[in-house]
Design a binder for this molecule. Structure first.
Ligand code: BG6
Ligand code: MG
Length: 214
């Protein structure tokens, strides 16, 4: 067995909260008369909330926005986003994903979350996924978000595993960069498969079993 542990990104990999991020940012962007498309949203994958706002504001042409006002916008976006999260439940995690996670654990892999999100604990709780993982590293524990490797190194540390023994699963280009910077191999899924920079490409989540059970 080459890898001992698997570190999963959360948003866009295990749960499709990326669509809720998009809707919540879109609401704020419209208020500020900023154009914001799903393609723009792809740039926000894996990136922290505050950095995401700066990316959105690249297309803002109104009067200068104070730091206080930015904090207010960040709160407003998170409030809208949390309303969507509040409606999530166990059924928001596909059976294929739950089954794959159980199988990997049964096969002896240690599993962790490595997410930039400060809402990680809430999402895991809403979807009843908390117990599926041996460790959780998230946006509340780091000072630099992806593409920095900090969150993945934190996950490996919590698992007590060497980075080279960990495989990361990511939907974000920033996450692929972060994993490589952490000295970890990456399996890309969804949006991250386009750039072909990852070590493996997953068409569906359960393709992971093919990689790990070789
Ligand atoms: C990442 C998402 O997982 O978490 C980003 O891909 C998001 O889009 C980031 O900005 C931070 O999330 P949150 O929940 O702390 O606003
Ligand atoms: Mg993601």
């Amino acid at each position: 067995m080459h890898y001992k542990a698997v570190i999963f990104d959360l948003d866009g990999v295990l749960v499709f909260t990326d669509k809720y991020h998009y809707r919540a940012w879109k609401k704020l962007a419209e208020k500020l008369s900023i154009e914001f498309t799903e393609k723009d949203n792809d740039r926000l994958r894996g990136v922290s909330r505050a950095e995401s706002l700066e990316i959105i504001l690249e297309k803002y042409h109104g009067k200068p926005i104070s730091e206080d006002k930015k904090r207010e916008y960040l709160e407003e976006k998170n409030d809208t986003y949390r309303q969507f999260l509040g409606d999530m439940n166990r059924d928001d995690v596909a059976k294929e994903i739950r089954d794959t996670l159980s199988k990997l654990r049964k096969d002896g892999y240690r599993l962790a979350i490595g997410s930039s999100s400060k809402n990680t604990a809430y999402i895991l709780e809403r979807t009843e996924l908390t117990d599926a993982f041996d460790a959780v590293a998230d946006g509340t524990m780091i000072t630099r978000s992806k593409p920095d490797p900090e969150v993945f190194l934190k996950a490996a540390e919590l698992l007590l595993e060497k980075p080279s023994d960990c495989l990361v699963v990511e939907d974000a280009d920033a996450g692929v960069t972060a994993a490589h910077a952490a000295g970890m191999d990456v399996a890309a899924i969804g949006a991250a498969t386009k750039s072909q920079r990852a070590d493996y490409s997953l068409e569906v989540f359960s393709d992971l079993l093919g990689i790990l059970e070789r």
